[in-house]
Design a protein around this ligand. Structure first.
Ligand SMILES: Cc1cc2nc3c(=O)[nH]c(=O)nc-3n(C[C@H](O)[C@H](O)[C@H](O)COP(=O)(O)OP(=O)(O)OC[C@H]3O[C@@H](n4cnc5c(N)ncnc54)[C@H](O)[C@@H]3O)c2cc1C
Length: 474
């Protein structure tokens, strides 16, 4: 590091000057590392999944332990620095990065320890979903996680987290047993249902507002190792018939079956006949992790004459990474979605019409089934939204070299059309940077005021502000 003063963004909107000596002393306290622009690993540390996010921090700390995290949080608080926390960097609002501030990149903390007898996994906060699925599947176990394997466990779980196992076991956050967390005062705490119970309630959905989680303990379930899953599709000309069958299928599906309906231009994947590449198709994505899969999937087979059908037995870990290639890093992303209390013919007609407008080579429109364990209250975290049976919306995606204005307009138009069907809630983890605080409040419904109380207790100065922010009472 050269002898100079670093200008870093302050929490109060101003600038904070840090001498290189001061930074060196901070860096030497860390078992991990402190990076500035140009250092090895910098580009990877500051990169996020949505290339629309044009933010860069001034400093990156890469903690290797909870003690490192505590030192970094104290350093940020003492100097009044703008602070952010990066898990997998997948948040499309770009909340992983503190513009010109200090970003904690958790990627060195990627250990997973599975206790197959107690059926628990202790997971470092820098883990990606694939790290956890690989380690737990080695014992025929799994917890609820999402369906793209390089998504971060931390951001996904702290915002709720859903995937193919949600209908059986609820939100990812419902499956948390304990966290280790560094709060704004730099203390390392354990939070669970007995200890710091209010904090434990808040972090199960309230995102990164309450501290930096350094370790998650997840409850595990027997899953796989083989499941029946994959994708099948028809020409979009048959959308009405396929969507009606989807509604029928989901109405009677056991909780072991999760299905999603998608409308998009067919990708040039090896399993798609070449003459269908980039043509409009309606697809059904399934994961069945119980007995009688073939019988349960009969309504789909009865539709007949799909363009392709790659539904079959495969390892659960393959199912969990099956969509990775359709969701590449480095594209521009603009998403809008809503939770739905159920499906109806009127909804599916509206969805189909709106989806036609969103068609472009990388974009897609989706209805994903959630109903089941998620609808049960359990010991509830802040994530709420127990009335959501489906999540549905539009994922606008284009290359950085392209003009996405038309796609943004169509995604917004589609979203406006489906809003009347919403539960009134929305998924905080799918919010965009442009979404306002009212939309964040809507994501929590009645739980929002309680979240503000917990925030006021644990982070009264709003040190953890680069997120879908829950403001403390002043
Ligand atoms: C391709 C793709 C697929 C997705 N699929 C799913 C899915 O199947 N199911 C689903 O539920 N969601 C899904 N999501 C949404 C996903 O849950 C969010 O994008 C989530 O924020 C990603 O977590 P991350 O750690 O990668 O994010 P990051 O961008 O790294 O972090 C997001 C925020 O999480 C908080 N955070 C991260 N780490 C910590 C920590 N250790 N302590 C405290 N706060 C922390 C911070 O506030 C940070 O700003 C998907 C997103 C993408 C891009």
């Amino acid at each position: 590091m050269n002898a100079r003063t670093f200008e870093v963004a302050g929490l109060d909107g101003g600038r904070v000057g840090l001498t290189s000596d001061r930074l060196e002393r901070f860096g030497s306290m860390l078992e991990g590392s402190l990076l500035t622009a140009g250092d090895d690993g910098w580009d990877e540390a500051v990169g996020v999944w949505n290339a629309m996010v044009a933010k860069t921090p001034a400093l990156v700390a890469r903690p290797a332990s909870a003690r490192d995290v505590a030192a970094a949080v104290r350093f940020a608080a003492d100097h009044g620095l703008l602070l952010s926390v990066k898990g997998g960097g997948h948040n499309i609002a770009g909340t992983a990065i503190a513009e010109d501030g200090l970003t904690l990149d958790m990627s060195l903390m990627r250990e997973v320890a599975v206790d197959p007898v107690a059926r628990l996994a202790r997971v470092g906060a820098g883990c990606l979903l694939g790290d956890v699925d690989r380690a737990t599947q080695a014992h025929g176990l799994a917890s609820v996680l999402g369906f793209v394997s390089d998504t971060g466990v931390a951001g996904l779980t702290l915002g709720g987290g859903f995937g193919y196992l949600t209908r059986r076991f609820g939100w990812a956050a419902d499956n948390l047993e304990e966290v280790e967390i560094v709060t704004a005062d730099g203390k390392i705490l354990t939070a669970d249902r007995e200890e710091n119970a209010d904090l434990f309630w808040a972090i199960r959905g309230g995102g990164g507002n309450f501290g930096v989680v350094t370790r998650f303990t997840f409850r595990l379930h027997e899953v796989g190792p083989l499941v029946t899953g994959g994708l099948t599709a028809w020409s979009a000309d048959r959308a009405d018939e396929v969507l009606a069958t989807y509604m029928e299928l989901t109405a009677s599906a056991p909780r072991t079956l999760t299905a999603a309906a998608m409308i998009r231009l067919a990708p040039p994947a090896p399993f798609v006949p070449q003459e269908w590449h980039f043509k409009p198709v309606v697809g059904i994505l399934v994961c069945h992790c119980g007995p009688n899969a073939e019988a349960d999937l009969e309504p789909l087979r009865d539709l007949g004459e799909p363009l392709f059908d790659v539904i079959g037995e495969q390892p659960y870990s393959a199912q969990q990474s099956m969509l990775d290639h359709l969701e590449p890093k480095g594209m521009h992303q603009y998403w809008k979605s809503e939770f739905l209390p159920g499906l109806s013919g009127a909804y599916l007609d509206t969805f189909r019409d709106a989806a036609e407008g969103v068609l472009s080579p990388l974009s897609f429109s989706i209805v994903f089934h959630l109903g089941g364990a998620l609808n049960e209250e359990r010991d509830g975290g802040a994530v709420g939204n127990r009335d959501a049976e489906f999540i549905s919306g539009f994922t606008g995606t284009w290359r950085p070299s392209e003009d996405g204005g038309g796609i943004v307009a169509k995604v917004r138009e589609g979203w406006e059309r489906i809003r009347p069907f919403s539960t009134g809630g929305n998924y905080v983890n799918f919010q965009l940077a442009e979404d306002d605080s009212a939309r964040t409040a809507d994501a929590y419904g009645d739980g929002y005021e309680r979240l503000r109380r917990v925030k006021s207790e644990y982070d009264p100065e709003n040190l953890f502000t680069v997120n879908r922010n829950i403001r403390p009472f002043r």
